[in-house]
Ligand binder design. Structure first.
Ligand SMILES: *Cc1c(COP(=O)(O)O)cnc(C)c1O
Length: 492
């Protein structure tokens, strides 16, 4: 970095020639203190200790380079020791703070992909710590004293929870779909309905995933109506697979038709094709028991004749990030042996968390799995939670107004966008500060609080607020109030 910026600066001055350089610019550049002077600032040693001397030096070098460039471009920016030191301090402080950290999810969206999807259960965490801190039998068969397989720790549990003959875990659901297509249809054709050629978000686009897996996409039907006869017409000598995709956060309503799973399974069997379904969320329990009508459990899909299903570990399962593949053992065996499997295999911490979560699912301990418990919390419980929070905040912060209001929460993770979950939120407003300003200040604290807003108020949705978050919310509000000297007006 250092050499680069110096070279370009020297090149510039040589090109222009000394006479071409304005005296004012020279004066500005002369102001820049030498590196040794900058590094001798008393506060610098702390950052040298935390980040290393070369990092600190690189930060100063960057800043000096920027000032030089700006001066040569004709800007009169300050280049004194104090200005440089303040800028360096700001940058070093931000590098020194942890980047990935806890936040308070006050959005009411339970499976919030940007906020890390599912929170793990205590049992899952205990298992992660135990297996990550120590050695484990990850790939060791204790009975025989020989090599074992990492997948063995969860396969039986997944088969119990889904009714599948065999199951396999990979890094995430995108990896699961890629592995299935690569192992079962690469170099061949795969048929997808035009109504399911979707983009899920986070750059998961069905046509691109298929191309990356080496299978040729053959489209069937139309965007809104696809019949089993459309799939039948698309079958040719090169067809290997029928792919059904959960449209996630996208719905076709009105003049719409799609064949049932049973019909597609029948066609696949008749033509000797693999029937693969990307379920996305993957319900292990009955979706209707969560008030989520219109979804199908993994078990039901397999019973309808789908050969292999894939779904995420951190959506409706409530576990760690993982891709789960469940289905016929003959096909799962082909996936296991595929060279990509080695690149997509899950980490031991994932497997530890997944195993513990699956055990809780089997035991019906819904209340222990945060995602499932948040989705199934009844409105009256959320109302009293919101009331309790509002009462506590009212006592500590009389200058703000706190009221409890009904809100629509969401499952998230691409599940059922049209079915809102009825919830409650604490609405925060202030006579002078705008909701946008309060929202920003809540985000800027050391435990950032991510809230929504409606009209002039900030909303803290009770559903996704953890018990230990309440303290964080109080601390954040205290911090906003104690920083009153730079508070702008509501209009700003
Ligand atoms: C979420 C989702 C994916 C991606 O799953 P990841 O676990 O994030 O890789 C793929 N397909 C569908 C239908 C989804 O809903």
């Amino acid at each position: 970095m250092t050499n680069c910026s110096q070279q370009s600066w020297q090149g510039y001055s040589q090109r222009k020639g000394d006479s071409g350089m304005n005296e004012r610019i020279r004066e500005l550049l002369r102001q820049i203190p030498p590196m040794d002077t900058l590094l001798s600032e008393p506060w610098v040693s702390k950052y040298e200790k935390d980040l290393g001397r070369s990092t600190v030096k690189a930060v100063f070098t960057d800043i000096i380079g920027e000032i030089r460039k700006s001066a040569l471009d004709g800007n009169e920016s300050a280049a004194d020791r104090r200005t440089i030191a303040l800028e360096a301090l700001k940058r070093l402080e931000s590098y020194n703070a942890p980047s990935l950290k806890r936040v308070v999810n006050a959005t009411g969206v339970v499976i919030h992909t940007n906020l890390g999807r599912s929170c793990l259960s205590d049992a899952a965490l205990r298992s992660v710590i135990e297996c990550a801190k120590n050695y484990s039998n990850l790939e060791y068969n204790i009975a025989s004293g020989d090599r074992g397989h990492r997948n063995d720790h969860v396969e039986w549990l997944l088969c119990q929870a889904t009714g599948a003959d065999a199951a396999l875990v990979v890094n995430n659901n995108a990896a699961a779909v890629i592995l299935c297509l690569a192992a079962l249809a690469s170099g061949k054709e795969s048929i997808v309905s035009r109504g399911e050629l979707v983009e899920i978000g986070g750059s998961f686009r069905i046509p691109d995933i298929m191309a990356a897996s080496g299978t040729r996409l053959v489209e069937a039907g139309t965007t809104n109506r696809t019949y089993v006869s459309d799939y039948e017409k698309a079958v040719g000598a090169e067809t290997a697979l029928i792919l059904k995709v959960h449209p996630s956060n996208f719905r076709i309503v009105g003049f719409q038709a799609e064949p049932s799973r049973d019909e597609l399974a029948c066609l696949a069997r008749e033509k000797g094709l693999v029937f693969l379904e990307d379920l996305g969320s993957g319900f292990l329990l009955d979706p209707v028991s969560f008030g989520l009508k219109g979804e199908t459990s993994v078990r039901e899909c397999l019973l309808s004749g789908v050969d292999v299903v894939t779904f995420s570990g951190d959506k409706m399962l409530g576990g760690p990030q993982a891709g789960i593949i469940a289905g016929r053992s003959q096909l799962v065996e082909r996936l296991r042996k595929h060279p990509l499997m080695r690149a997509l295999r899950p980490d031991k911490m994932t497997l530890a968390a997944l195993e513990a979560t699956l055990r809780q699912v089997l035991a019906g301990e819904i209340g222990e799995i945060p995602t499932l418990s948040m989705i199934s919390t009844p409105p009256e419980v959320l109302l009293s939670k919101a009331k309790g929070l509002a009462k506590r905040l009212r006592k500590s912060f009389p200058e703000y107004a706190f009221t409890v209001v009904p809100v629509e929460d969401a499952v998230g993770g691409g599940s059922l966008p049209e079915i809102p979950l009825h919830g409650y939120a604490v609405s925060i407003s202030h006579p002078r500060f705008s909701s946008g300003w309060i929202q920003k200040k809540l985000r800027e604290t050391s435990s950032p609080i991510i809230a929504t807003s409606r009209e002039k108020a900030v909303l803290l949705h009770a559903r996704t607020i953890r018990n230990t978050d309440v303290e964080k919310i109080e601390q954040a509000l205290y911090k906003i109030i104690s920083g009153t000297e730079d508070l702008p007006d509501a209009s700003s």
